[in-house]
Design a protein around this ligand. Structure first.
Ligand SMILES: CCCCCCCC/C=C\CCCCCCCCC/C=C/C(=O)SCCNC(=O)CCNC(=O)[C@H](O)C(C)(C)COP(=O)(O)OP(=O)(O)OC[C@H]1O[C@@H](n2cnc3c(N)ncnc32)[C@H](O)[C@@H]1OP(=O)(O)O
Ligand SMILES: Cc1cc2nc3c(=O)[nH]c(=O)nc-3n(C[C@H](O)[C@H](O)[C@H](O)COP(=O)(O)OP(=O)(O)OC[C@H]3O[C@@H](n4cnc5c(N)ncnc54)[C@H](O)[C@@H]3O)c2cc1C
Length: 629
């Protein structure tokens, strides 16, 4: 592919996806059976994968195409190949050694091997060290024995495992030389490549319906003493030699690398869902008129209600702020990963801490925002055809998978309190935590000054982290570590979120200051940033008084300031959402099409209900009359 700038890449790939011969004709899936939905979504996911292959896309381009998976166009009910693409392939690329890469990757790219990432078990997801699937090495046969000790250790959840994948990267407890060596990844064939039947010793199937994404094809998997060749343990990091001797990885958590990558990808991707929801709500809020007619004789557009502006506009600002900061995290991840591959793991702890808190902050903010946007559309937002319920189901899944958000925030907090207490290696230049070892930024708060807001967000983060670090330190003198930690959990989570917010606003401040293409764009970014900051203060007023240096009078001024900013942003709402450049077919919403023809579309979608096929459905006679109601 020739080199293109970011927006050219987006246009190019967007039109490739929308006009692809196997993708361009869409069907409504609401009334399909579970099996039909799966078939439809799988065939579209396969077409996407072929497109990625034909175009020879790099990881950035793949990430843009994959981000279409959230849309109602490509895989409206969940992509059964998402985990193959986002986790299985990257795990092979980063955790298999060179021989293994050359042994498997050809078959992966020609579609013979389709994989999943099988880590979570029925009884353990969060506490990875507690996984109970075992891989016991036998030097005589040079094989691992993979075994599920009981049903609670069944793998449960892996995407694509249900009926799609024929291979899995299985995370299991390694035993060699009679010693437990911790969690390691194994490449395991689970279904026959030709017949797709489960291989001997394997029990596999799909787990059933969920809140959403029902064609993600989540599955279960059990092993009954399945023999796996020695060469199938992924050996870029740790190794088991033929005689069973064991070589440790360069970093104790090297095998957790796929999770770091996926957290970064989820943070980036969930903003796409928010952009779609914001576009739907913005367009609908213009079209919808309701209330006492005004002087012009017309009922007001609902967006002109101040309350509606508060429900919709801050989330449009959030799209811009979160998109920019997650894109920078993605770039940072690329840089750190190449250092780690070169053997330098110094930047890994902070990358892990940042990825954890951004994945948590973004998925939490986006799912709350999408729900607020859904409510902003009144009753019609409750309809499946608005697409808002599916977008919510998508975003909220992100709060659980790839590390439940509370647990991830606690990982970040662990890093922050160590930094605050000086018990971690000092941060590298450009680190996101240097503010903890410097005096607080005492820029006085002034409504209307983004720099003053950023400083206040920083003081909140610093105050939250140092306070909980001190409380933890004090409790450690009087009680066991686990109890001291538990005493502070709620405050630790709040500290990590405050740190995440500071990261986001600092990154965006830099993006705004570096933006040089036009004065008008600069001003618009400033306005969006001001809305985001004023809204952030209004959501956490207590924190800004307690730690941020704001007075009650500042808080009152900020409330008024936010409402003024919203009124200022209101005329730009449609251009700002149009700028996300989301074609109607991608949005796939009765409420969010570009032409605003909402009511006709709503009637049109109702005509698809099978209950409208006959004037009196057969069920009336079969169920109601028979029961003699
Ligand atoms: C070529 C292809 C390219 C494709 C590009 C595609 C781009 C796609 C773009 C968009 C599409 C996105 C579509 C998204 C669809 C995604 C589908 C997702 C499906 C979901 C999958 C899953 O959920 S998989 C399962 C995930 N499970 C988890 O996340 C479990 C969470 N738990 C843990 O991670 C760990 O147990 C936990 C970290 C909580 C604790 O670990 P533990 O071993 O107990 O460690 P601990 O004692 O607490 O800490 C010790 C020490 O280790 C440090 N540490 C922990 N983890 C890491 C790490 N990952 N990296 C580095 N360091 C780590 C920790 O901080 C401690 O450090 P010290 O304090 O001791 O210094
Ligand atoms: C749609 C979907 C797709 C998924 N895809 C995959 C996949 O492809 N592969 C895969 O391996 N897994 C997958 N998963 C599993 C997912 O990674 C786990 O569900 C997730 O990591 C959460 O773990 P858990 O279910 O054990 O939750 P739990 O840890 O049991 O969480 C329950 C509650 O306990 C709390 N809690 C747990 N531990 C602590 C602690 N130490 N401190 C404080 N609170 C705690 C949590 O905060 C939460 O409130 C998927 C899950 C979903 C929903």
């Amino acid at each position: 592919m020739v080199s293109r700038n970011r927006s050219q890449v987006k246009d190019h790939l967007g039109s490739k996806v929308l006009n692809h011969p196997e993708l361009r004709n869409t069907k409504a899936t609401e009334y399909m059976s579970h099996e039909e939905k799966y078939r439809y979504n799988l065939s579209r996911a396969t077409a996407m994968l072929k497109l990625i292959d034909e175009e020879g896309m790099d990881v950035n381009e793949i990430s843009k195409v994959m981000s279409h998976t959230v849309s109602g166009f490509t895989t409206p009910d969940g992509n059964p190949l998402a985990v193959h693409q986002v986790m299985f392939v990257p795990t092979l690329m980063n955790q298999a050694d060179d021989d293994q890469v050359s042994r498997w990757l050809g078959d992966v790219f020609n579609g013979t091997i389709v994989g999943t990432y099988a880590q979570t078990e029925l009884s353990h997801g969060t506490f990875v060290r507690g996984l109970r699937t075992t891989a016991t090495y036998d030097p005589a046969s040079r094989t691992f024995d993979l075994h599920t000790p009981d049903v609670s250790a069944a793998k449960w959840w892996p995407g694509g495992l249900g009926t799609t994948a024929n291979h899995a990267v299985v995370m299991a407890q390694l035993y060699t030389d009679g010693q437990p060596r911790g969690i390691h990844p194994f490449m395991v064939a689970i279904r026959d490549r030709e017949t797709h039947r489960p291989l001997p010793g394997i029990t596999v199937g799909e787990i059933g319906p969920k809140l959403g994404q029902n064609t993600l094809n989540n599955g279960y998997l059990l092993f009954d003493h399945v023999k796996v060749p020695r060469e199938n343990m992924l050996m870029r990091n740790a190794r088991v030699n033929e005689d069973g001797s064991y070589t440790k990885p360069s970093h104790q958590k090297a095998s957790y690398g796929t999770m770091v990558f996926t957290r970064v990808a989820i943070a980036l991707d969930t903003v796409d869902a928010l952009q779609i929801a914001a576009t739907i709500a913005a367009r609908y809020s213009i079209v919808r008129r309701q209330g006492e007619p005004r002087d012009d004789g017309q009922e007001p557009q609902i967006i002109d209600y101040q309350t509606q502006q508060l429900k919709v506009l801050p989330h449009i600002a959030a799209c811009y702020v979160l998109r920019a900061s997650t894109a920078r995290l993605w770039e940072h991840h690329t840089h750190v990963t190449s250092e780690v591959r070169g053997g330098d793991t110094a930047l890994l702890p902070e990358l892990h801490a940042t990825a954890c808190c951004l994945k948590a902050l973004v998925t939490q903010d986006c799912s709350e925002a999408i729900e607020a946007l859904r409510l902003s559309c009144g009753g019609h937002g409750y309809m499946t055809a608005s697409r808002l319920p599916a977008l919510y189901a998508y975003a909220t899944a992100g709060a659980t998978y790839e590390g439940e958000n509370t647990v991830l925030l606690l990982q970040t907090a662990r890093y922050l309190v160590k930094q605050a207490g000086g018990s971690h290696a000092p941060p590298a230049a450009g680190s996101a935590v240097t503010y903890l070892s410097r005096p607080a930024d005492d820029t006085p708060f002034a409504v209307g000054s983004p720099a003053a807001y950023v400083a206040a967000v920083g003081r909140v983060a610093r105050g939250r982290v140092t306070e909980v670090a001190a409380a933890l330190q004090a409790d450690r003198q009087t009680m066991p570590e686990a109890d001291a930690w538990n005493q502070s959990l709620v405050q630790l989570v709040a500290a990590a979120l405050a740190h995440g917010r500071y990261f986001v606003v600092r990154e965006f401040a830099e993006v705004v200051s570096q933006q040089s293409s036009s004065r008008a764009i600069q001003q618009m970014l400033q306005l969006l940033f001001s809305v985001y900051l004023a809204h952030a203060v209004s959501r956490a007023e207590g924190d800004f008084i307690t730690y941020g240096g704001l007075t009650p009078s500042d808080i009152r001024l900020n409330r008024r300031h936010l409402l003024r900013l919203l009124a200022e942003l209101r005329p730009h709402m449609i251009p700002l959402t149009d700028a996300f450049d989301l074609p109607d077919r991608l949005i796939n919403s009765t409420l969010g099409a570009w032409d605003g023809d909402v009511y006709r579309r709503m009637f049109e979608q109702a005509s698809h209900s099978p209950l409208n096929t006959d004037e009196v459905p057969a069920s009336f006679h079969q169920a109601m009359l028979r029961s003699k109601l």
